[in-house]
Design a protein around this ligand. Structure first.
Ligand SMILES: Cc1cc2nc3c(=O)[nH]c(=O)nc-3n(C[C@H](O)[C@H](O)[C@H](O)COP(=O)(O)OP(=O)(O)OC[C@H]3O[C@@H](n4cnc5c(N)ncnc54)[C@H](O)[C@@H]3O)c2cc1C
Length: 426
């Protein structure tokens, strides 16, 4: 029998970011009560986990919280621009102000356990029961640092991108930035603009054109239906799920990033993937040439995709000059003495991994990833939202959260309705 002293809520939502609060809003539209548990404050990731110069990589028009689209429902006037950190928090805060979710901030959910027809949710302020649980904790819980980071000489300062705010946190001297996803390349720019010597360990991340044939590449891809492709229809779902985000930038109204150019124009020293560190020695794989070529291949693939769409639609769009490599590595440098090269710090920008150790349910694959169909798991009542390619490219971003949270609210309503007759018989 359920403990009548324990507070009960139909739906518990863990995580007060855009995914959790969008789901709470869509549930309320269906007359379903929920409580959002947030261990920090709402939109903590946007507010506190981004650096000072941060701006969106996706254009503002893609900011489409449920019934709160940039420019349509929210008074933004620059749909093709890229909001800065404070502008993003103003946008999401305005959504929370409008939707007024039942939100408990500074409450950590420490365990979720299936319990009869529902769940027990243990938190830092006590236990709840609920019929359904939505895990909206994002894909960026735990900063990844390789084990060899511990072998780095204590004379070299090191920091993960999650703690990075500005160049002023770093000692004088050169910096080795590890990783070339969207964070790594943007942090590279912060340091080059500050006149610092930048060394970059180039990983396998792909890159994208920014403006191409007169428009932002994302506009073309949107018109071509690219963002509507679901993971179920994707020609290469494994690649889609495992590939790092394409790098480009929203800075200065939107910029393309070609690391070959960064090498020539900003004197950035490029190396292959970082493989090991010991004392002041950094070892790299001999894959710089390969990684630059692969990034260009993805870049050219997107250009070809846009060209094909323009040709198919008979659109009159300006031509672009063919792509030319402005630089090739003469050699693969596989070992560098950081101290001798004047490198005084290392900035880790190799991403994050989620932590689901607090969920007691058999819904994870051998690698610990949740298994679901559009967020709905095989454990009745347990759902995920806000993860990359949960359904489409936009699922882990602003673009897809409206569609995903409406879909999930529908499934939750169905499951709750299906459970009602059983409760009456009990
Ligand atoms: C560097 C970076 C740049 C990005 N740039 C863009 C961009 O340009 N455009 C775009 O559309 N998207 C971008 N994204 C992706 C995405 O939009 C953001 O990650 C967004 O914050 C995801 O929202 P979310 O609600 O899914 O997760 P989060 O915002 O991470 O929210 C999850 C919340 O859950 C809370 N939480 C976690 N565990 C618990 C627990 N056990 N108990 C209680 N609370 C918990 C956390 O404190 C957090 O507030 C970017 C992501 C990163 C990391």
């Amino acid at each position: 029998m359920k403990d009548t002293q324990t507070p009960h809520v139909p739906v518990a939502i863990v995580g007060g970011g855009q995914a959790g609060l969008s789901t709470a809003y869509c549930l309320r539209q269906k007359g379903i009560d929920s409580i959002v548990f947030e261990r920090h404050e709402k939109f903590h990731s946007w507010r506190n986990n981004r650096w000072d110069s941060f701006c969106l990589v996706t254009p503002n028009w893609q900011c489409r919280l449920p019934d709160f689209h940039y420019g349509r429902d929210y008074g933004g006037t620059d749909p093709d621009g890229f909001m800065l950190k404070d502008e993003i928090t103003a946008y999401v805060d305005a959504f929370a102000e409008k939707t007024r979710p039942d939100l408990l901030e500074h409450v950590d959910v420490t365990r979720v356990t299936p319990d009869g027809d529902g769940f027990t949710v243990e938190t830092s302020i006590g236990t709840w029961t609920c019929d359904q649980v939505v895990i909206a904790t994002g894909g960026y819980d735990t900063p990844i640092e390789p084990s060899y980071a511990a072998k780095l000489s204590p004379d070299i300062f090191q920091m993960h991108s999650v703690d990075y705010r500005n160049v002023g946190q770093f000692p004088e001297g050169g910096v080795l930035i590890v990783g070339t996803g969207q964070s790594g390349v943007q942090l590279m720019e912060d340091f080059t603009r500050a006149g610092r010597d930048v060394h970059l360990a180039v990983g396998p991340a792909p890159r994208s054109p920014r403006r191409y044939r007169g428009r932002d590449a994302t506009d073309w891809l949107h018109d071509a239906g690219h963002y509507e492709i679901t993971i179920a229809e994707h020609p290469d779902p494994v690649k889609a799920l495992t590939q790092t985000n394409h790098y480009m930038s929203g800075r200065d109204g939107g910029k393309e990033i070609d690391l070959r150019r960064a090498c020539v124009e900003d004197s950035v020293e490029l190396y292959g993937s970082l493989a090991d560190m010991d004392g002041t020695t950094a070892r790299f794989l001999p894959d710089l040439r390969q990684n630059l070529d692969d990034a260009d291949r993805s870049y050219l693939g997107i250009r070809r995709q846009i060209d094909a769409f323009i040709a198919q639609q008979g659109i009159d769009a300006p031509e672009e000059p063919p792509f030319a490599k402005v630089w090739e590595p003469a050699e693969e440098r596989t070992e560098v003495d950081l101290a001798a090269a004047g490198i005084t710090s290392v900035l880790w920008a190799i991403g994050f991994r989620p932590d689901y150790s607090w969920i007691d349910a058999d819904v994870f694959d051998a690698r610990g990833k949740p298994v679901f169909d559009r967020g709905v798991t095989a454990q009745p009542g347990l759902h995920f939202i806000g993860l990359g390619w949960l359904n489409t490219w936009g699922s882990g971003r602003f673009l897809g959260i409206e569609e995903d949270s409406r879909y999930l609210a529908d499934r939750i309503a169905e499951q709750l309705a299906a459970a009602v007759p059983q409760a009456c018989h009990a």
